[in-house]
Design a protein around this ligand. Structure first.
Ligand code: FBP
Length: 345
């Protein structure tokens, strides 16, 4: 079998280029090592003592499970040994200060979508790395364009790492025999056209006009302005939706809606939307609130929520056009239902 590049050698190569390259590489390597351990804990599930029971409430009011707390402890322990000034975790009210002279700050969702584990559905770790600015808090409050690297690990049928670094999105798979991530796709590109959308349609009655109009057009399919039928997916796991978009295109929407607590959407800017937006853009896709590019947004509080619409560039452009009151182009009627590619092609 052809020899694949390890994450370590990939990082060694890219580290030589960026000014903070070695520090960034150290952080990614530490997150990857913790993810390998976490993937074993997740795979063992109840056999390893994970009950899936609620253990408390996080600073944002979400239920925490024992596995959320275990994942948080593993990731933060790994980051303490890195050149990191502060880490903001979904499970912490405020960033944890580490070595305040260190060059990087990290925002992390240690285990996104843990409610899915009861059904054996893929979950993930999402991370965002940025250079340490004047002080810790203002670093986290810089726009998403300040990120120097980001990505996510998906714990599914295979454990994979999707890494946005040096302007490229690369995908690695965990080789469980040797406990290493191996490169399987360099320079992943998202199909610009798509006939697949993902949204939690049970919230339709709460959506605002533009999102409803866009989804109604998708549902009208061949009878509507698109002139082609759409397919729909909703996994309820951000990492799984994001990987699917990378592999075969698509558009994902978690918009703001009229429910109490959802007026700014559901997903968190610093450790969900910003890192996913970097992955999307560097892979040729796009990410918006519907009105503003996600990467241009700055958080005003650590756990700020944001509407997130991301994926294939032309689909995102159409959603933005509807928000702006402009007639969308819907010129994707020749798009294949799924882009004819996979990670290995
Ligand atoms: P947590 O951050 O609370 O784990 O939730 C995030 C998430 O699971 C995303 O992965 C997913 O896109 C979304 O919630 C699903 O939300 P809903 O249940 O409202 O469809």
């Amino acid at each position: 079998m052809e020899e694949r590049m390890t994450l370590r050698s990939h990082l060694d190569r890219s580290a030589s280029q960026a000014p903070q390259g070695p520090a960034i590489a150290a952080v990614i390597a530490a997150i990857a090592a913790a993810a390998i351990d976490l993937s074993a804990v997740i795979a063992d599930g109840p056999l390893g003592g994970i009950t899936g029971k609620n253990s408390g409430v996080n600073p944002d009011g979400d239920q925490q499970k024992d596995i959320d707390l275990a994942a948080d402890a593993m990731m933060r322990r790994a980051l303490r040994a890195c050149p990191v000034a502060a880490v903001l975790s979904e499970e912490l009210a405020v960033p944890e200060l580490l070595d305040t002279k260190a060059p990087l700050c990290v925002a992390i969702d240690p285990l996104d979508g843990s409610a899915n584990l009861a059904n054996n559905i893929s979950v993930g770790t999402i991370f965002s790395i940025r250079p340490h600015g004047n002080d810790v808090l203002s670093t986290f409050f810089e726009p998403g364009t300040a990120q120097c690297a980001a990505g996510f690990v998906i714990y599914g049928p295979q454990t994979m790492l999707v890494l946005a670094l040096d302007g490229s999105v690369d995908v690695f798979i965990l080789d469980g025999q040797v406990h290493e991530f191996l490169l399987i796709k360099q320079g992943a590109r998202i199909a610009s056209d798509t006939l697949e959308f993902a949204i939690n349609a049970s919230n339709r009655r709460h959506w605002y006009g533009p999102v409803r109009a866009y989804i109604d057009e998708c549902l009208a399919g061949a009878d509507g302005n698109h002139g082609a039928d759409f397919n729909m997916r909703w996994i309820g796991s951000l990492v799984a939706e994001s990987l699917r978009i990378l592999v075969r295109g698509g558009v994902f929407l978690y918009p703001a809606d009229a429910r109490p607590g959802y007026r700014e959407g559901r997903l968190r800017l610093l450790y969900e939307a910003h890192p996913m937006a970097l992955v999307m853009e560097w892979a040729g896709g796009a990410a918006t609130t519907g009105r503003r590019r996600i990467l241009e947004l700055s958080a005003k509080s650590p756990h700020q929520r944001v509407p997130l619409i991301m994926g294939s560039a032309r689909a995102v452009r159409d959603v933005v056009a509807i928000h702006e009151g402009v007639e969308p182009m819907f010129d994707n009627s020749n798009a294949p239902l799924f882009a004819r590619r996979g990670l290995f092609l």
